[in-house]
Design a protein around this ligand. Structure first.
Ligand SMILES: [Zn+2]
Length: 420
């Protein structure tokens, strides 16, 4: 490109909507589902194909591509001063089994579009800019989720990650090797100036408000609990009601309590019983045992704690009322993660600069940005999910919102890559 850099093209530059759309369409032909979603779980053949396509595009745009030990893919555009820490943008390209076409992909293809826009406009930056695709964000095939960014940010060690098994007993390490994405670059924290992640909201707020962009100030904290009740199986016919120790009745009380607690504790608290295993699970037998999960989330850590304390009492009372034994184990607790104030302001200014309407909001879902936030200043840009729907093929974002969000990402990156 022969265009030269001027202050005005730096101010006025916008991403190329057509090019981005073509990329999306081509990328999402890989393992496309009938309902226009994608099926590219982590380290599957389809995931490999998506990675290959990405690497091809990175190289075509002139990015120096690096793959680390976790299969995280980085594309780097040099700056004027390569001793400076880079601005990093990205997300993930693995998907749920039947997931949406924008979840994760928008952050990676959006990041690539940002860099290509700068290349084509002849805009040079002081700092290098890198685009990343993190491995195993979804956590559907290998748990836990956000494994690639988790190792990168020192949350998990490499051996732990390699040993994660899918339901067929295949390990993350073996599968990474099989698809040829076990790279040489060390997967460990390094000096980063900023991290910005563009992502679909996965909730209803932006869509309801008809606003194109959410400036994300942080992510909800949460508690995950496993609960079990142990009672007595018996025949559903001859056993009178007063002689029953029915674990499913105890559980129903707790489910009801979860709903009650969310209505009375903190305005943003959400609570879910999402997984239930009842035994013997038979039409004419009183349920002897039941195991289920509880998920509480809020942006306020004390609210989560209050909910946990409250539900533990409810579990005990439900058990005593029904005459069954109970057990509660908190298997995971993550505090709310407020993002960096400077980065939040940067994203707001970028939205104002590009004349995009925005609101400041909190993310209910976890993202790679949570972990990045622990090693470098971070924020996120959200775009609306139509109907608030995600993790299904029906997930959708209007194209004009994709463009608006990517332009905001572009100008956030431009502000932060000038070397100050
Ligand atoms: Zn995602």
């Amino acid at each position: 490109m022969t265009e030269t850099y001027t202050e005005s093209n730096r101010t006025e530059v916008r991403i190329n909507s057509e090019r981005l759309r073509r990329r999306f369409d081509e990328f999402n032909e890989i393992a496309a589902t009938e309902k226009e979603g994608v099926n590219r779980p982590s380290l599957s053949d389809a995931n490999r194909e998506a990675r290959d396509q990405l690497v091809e595009w990175f190289e075509k745009v002139g990015l120096e591509t690096t793959i680390d030990e976790m299969g995280n893919i980085f594309g780097r555009r040099k700056g004027q001063n390569n001793d400076l820490a880079p601005v990093l943008v990205g997300s993930h390209v693995d998907s749920q089994y039947f997931g949406g076409r924008f979840d994760g992909v928008i952050g990676v293809l959006g990041g690539l579009e940002v860099v290509e826009t700068l290349v084509n406009a002849g805009i040079k930056t002081e700092r290098p800019i890198e685009v990343v695709s993190w491995s195993n964000e979804e956590g559907v095939r290998f748990q836990p989720d956000m494994l690639g960014s988790g190792v990168f940010c020192d949350r998990f060690d490499l051996e732990y990650a390699y040993g994660r098994c899918d339901k067929d007993g295949k390990t993350f390490g073996e599968e990474l090797e099989r698809i040829n994405y076990r790279g040489d670059a060390p997967c460990e924290p390094r000096d980063l100036h900023r991290y910005f992640e563009l992502h679909v909201e996965q909730g209803p707020y932006l869509n309801e408000e008809e606003i194109s962009v959410g400036v994300v100030e942080g992510v909800y904290g949460f508690s995950w609990m496993n609960v079990s009740f142990e009672g007595q199986a018996d025949h559903a016919g001859p056993t009178p009601m007063h002689l029953r120790n029915d674990t499913l009745v105890a559980m129903s009380n707790v489910v009801e309590s979860v709903r009650q607690i969310t209505a009375t504790t903190g305005t943003d608290l959400v609570g879910t019983v999402g997984s239930v295993d009842v035994s013997p699970n038979s039409i004419n037998v009183i349920p002897e045992s039941v195991e289920f999960t509880i998920d509480f989330r809020s942006y306020d850590n004390e609210t989560v704690q209050t909910a946990v304390d409250h539900i533990q009492n409810e579990i005990q009372w439900a058990g005593e009322r029904e005459g069954v034994e109970w057990d509660v184990e908190e298997i995971m607790r993550v505090d709310a993660e407020p993002f960096d104030d400077t980065c939040i302001e940067t994203v707001k200014r970028a939205a104002e600069h590009t004349n995009v309407e925005y609101i400041q909001m909190v993310s209910g879902a976890g993202h790679d940005a949570n972990y990045l936030n622990t090693i470098c200043p971070t924020s996120m840009v959200f775009v609306p999910s139509v109907g608030g729907v995600s993790h299904t093929e029906d997930e959708y974002t209007e194209w004009e919102d994709v463009v608006a969000g990517t332009d905001v990402l572009l100008h956030a990156v431009l502000q932060e890559s000038d070397g100050r």
